[in-house]
Design a protein around this ligand. Structure first.
Ligand SMILES: NC(=O)c1ccc[n+]([C@@H]2O[C@H](COP(=O)([O-])OP(=O)(O)OC[C@H]3O[C@@H](n4cnc5c(N)ncnc54)[C@H](OP(=O)(O)O)[C@@H]3O)[C@@H](O)[C@H]2O)c1
Length: 324
């Protein structure tokens, strides 16, 4: 499935997929965002053996990620920045052909790095140019020049500023549109994926097109209502109890068995450690069957990232991310 890898600190092993993506990474979208907390969490993760960090222009966490990696190098936790797989993303405000490269340069400035390992189009939607902001105003949505944006992504790769380029929140339909114009196909599609949103059609499509899938919100996300369809799933709880694992580990192991890597957010080192311990055991066929019957519920939708008021001149269905 994925080859074993040992960090220079000799800490726990996290396998990498053939694309070079470590199977488990740390998500750094944190709400509310506190830079010191995220910096400390990234450093703790690197000390535990994490070698994959996920950030984005939108999250405000690029600077904290860069500082933590630099500190880890200074302390000898990692031999060099090259040991760490760093992903960042261009937000909808910069999904315009002339703004992709400047956005990456700004991200690199924040990260204090010469390149990222993976640069992603964050969402298949463009809004009027501005500083990254959220939630997006409906009246700011403009038609996206996917071909032009992707050419700019390809230029980022050619310049050596992004070792790999990819997308996020792309449905099979959007991927087909992209594949029809891409000279360099997307290496990765980062999407919501967990037992509560299994994305069977998309996973199959990506497998056939050799696009690696990375799961976000692998534990059901940072719900402001404190109800997680994953962490509070009775089916997962039952399996976890029977196997002597945590519910989080059952979800993450299931994702790994789909052939996907994952970015998990935690600020707590004990949870980070728990979230890495998914490699030397497997689910049974019976577990997999039960999980296949978990009710499906998608967290991230286009309307969820838009202000409720306002009117868009672009059809919202065009920019949605729900696979149909
Ligand atoms: N591309 C996109 O559009 C997109 C969208 C959303 C997210 N992402 C990326 O994906 C990352 C992860 O997704 P997410 O932040 O939505 O949420 P998530 O990783 O599914 O869930 C994280 C929540 O679960 C808690 N948690 C972590 N480990 C746990 C454990 N072992 N047991 C119990 N609770 C645990 C965390 O709280 P504590 O911190 O208190 O442990 C946090 O509140 C983000 O940080 C971001 O980097 C990308």
């Amino acid at each position: 499935m994925a080859a074993a890898h040992r960090g220079s600190a000799g800490s726990a092993e996290i396998p990498r997929f053939p694309a070079g993506v470590p199977a488990v990474g740390l998500g750094t979208y944190s709400y509310p965002f506190v830079a010191d907390e995220v910096r400390a969490a990234v450093l703790a993760a690197l000390e535990l053996g994490y070698r994959h960090l996920d950030t984005a222009a939108l999250y405000g966490s690029e600077r904290a990620v860069g500082e933590a990696v630099a500190e880890a190098v200074r302390r000898g936790v990692v031999a060099s920045r090259a040991e760490v797989f760093v992903t960042t993303k261009a937000w909808c405000t910069h999904c315009h052909p002339h703004l992709v490269l400047p956005s990456l340069r700004e991200s690199l400035q924040n990260l204090q790095m010469e390149y990222v390992d993976l640069y992603l189009v964050h969402w298949p939607m463009a809004v009027k140019p501005s500083k990254p902001y959220f939630p997006l105003r409906r009246e700011d949505i403009v038609p996206m020049d996917l071909s032009g944006v992707w050419q700019a992504m390809e230029e980022c790769h050619r310049l050596g500023l992004a070792k790999m380029i990819g997308v996020s929140n792309f449905t099979t339909r959007k991927l087909q549109e992209l594949l029809a114009v891409a000279k360099i196909p997307p290496a990765v599609n980062q999407v919501e994926l967990n037992p509560s949103w299994q994305q069977k059609k998309l996973i199959e499509f990506c497998r056939n097109k050799s696009i690696h899938v990375t799961a976000y919100s692998p534990l059901g996300g940072q719900s402001r209502t404190k109800i997680s369809s994953v962490l509070q799933s009775e089916v997962l709880e039952e399996i976890a109890k029977a196997r002597g694992k945590s519910v989080a580990q059952i979800s993450l192991r299931w994702i790994y068995e789909q052939g996907a890597s994952m970015v998990v957010k935690s600020l707590k080192p004990e949870r980070m450690e728990e979230n890495m311990e998914i490699f030397h055991w497997e689910l049974s066929d019976e577990d997999r069957l039960k999980i296949s019957q978990v009710p499906q519920h998608k967290l991230a939708t286009a309307t969820g990232i838009l202000c409720p008021e306002g009117v868009s001149s672009v059809d919202i269905a065009e920019v949605d991310v729900v696979e149909v």
